[in-house]
Design a binder for this molecule. Structure first.
Ligand code: HEC
Ligand code: HEC
Ligand code: HEC
Length: 125
């Protein structure tokens, strides 16, 4: 007949082995996966320094929306350059690879901005 004890012991060892990477990450407090948003070739700088954009792009977008919707100002100056204050026409012109750029981070951080219900997403190639 079957040897129940050995089978269960075998199963436990098997489970420990296949979940080893998980235990390793918990023990070292790190995960190898980090989001890697892809900047398209030919672009060198954002509308503001990358550090600021990384942490505060949502705030900047809110400011742009308020400028347009509340104050009817469609253009604004940042560091001496004039930009159209537009999610689709400005941000998404440079970051037209939404899936590899915006979504790369958002999936990792588990945020799902609802903007695309109204604003046009870039057409991906
Ligand atoms: C003129 C092209 C251009 C425009 C317009 C632009 N970006 Fe960028 N963006 C870039 C480039 C190039 C980088 C990388 C800059 C660097 O690494 O110094 C970048 C970096 C970023 C980052 C940080 C990425 C990282 O790797 O951490 C975020 C977030 C971002 N942009 C969001 C936006 C948003 C939101 C808008 C509109 C408000 C916008 N960008 C408009 C070209 C642009
Ligand atoms: C470097 C990683 C990164 C990149 C690249 C990035 N985001 Fe984000 N974004 C985040 C994180 C993290 C949050 C959540 C921040 C929080 O909750 O405080 C966020 C939040 C947002 C929010 C607010 C959502 C909400 O529900 O509060 C908007 C809008 C947004 N991002 C737009 C964009 C757009 C548009 C792009 C591409 C042009 C982009 N982001 C690229 C990391 C990124
Ligand atoms: C229910 C529909 C709706 C949703 C959802 C929505 N917006 Fe808008 N947004 C609008 C409308 C309408 C305007 C005014 C358009 C105009 O006058 O050009 C606007 C204008 C803007 C503008 C300035 C004009 C432009 O062309 O971009 C920004 C920036 C903006 N929204 C950002 C956002 C962001 C970021 C989100 C997600 C966090 C978002 N919006 C979600 C409807 C929406």
């Amino acid at each position: 007949m079957y040897n129940g004890g050995k089978i269960i012991l075998g199963l436990i060892i098997f489970l420990l082995l296949i979940t080893l990477p998980v235990w390793f990450n918990i023990a070292t407090g790190t995960s190898k996966y980090k989001p890697n948003p892809k900047i398209l070739p030919g672009q060198t700088e954002c509308v503001a320094p990358a550090n600021y954009m990384r942490t505060s792009h949502m705030r900047l977008l809110d400011e742009w929306r308020d400028e347009v919707v509340r104050h009817q100002r469609r253009y604004g100056e940042i560091n001496g350059k004039i930009y159209e204050l537009s999610l689709s026409n400005t941000c998404m012109k440079c970051h037209s690879n939404k899936k590899e750029f915006c979504d790369e981070c958002h999936n990792f951080a588990d945020v799902n901005p609802y903007c695309w219900e109204c604003h046009i997403e870039p057409k991906e190639k």
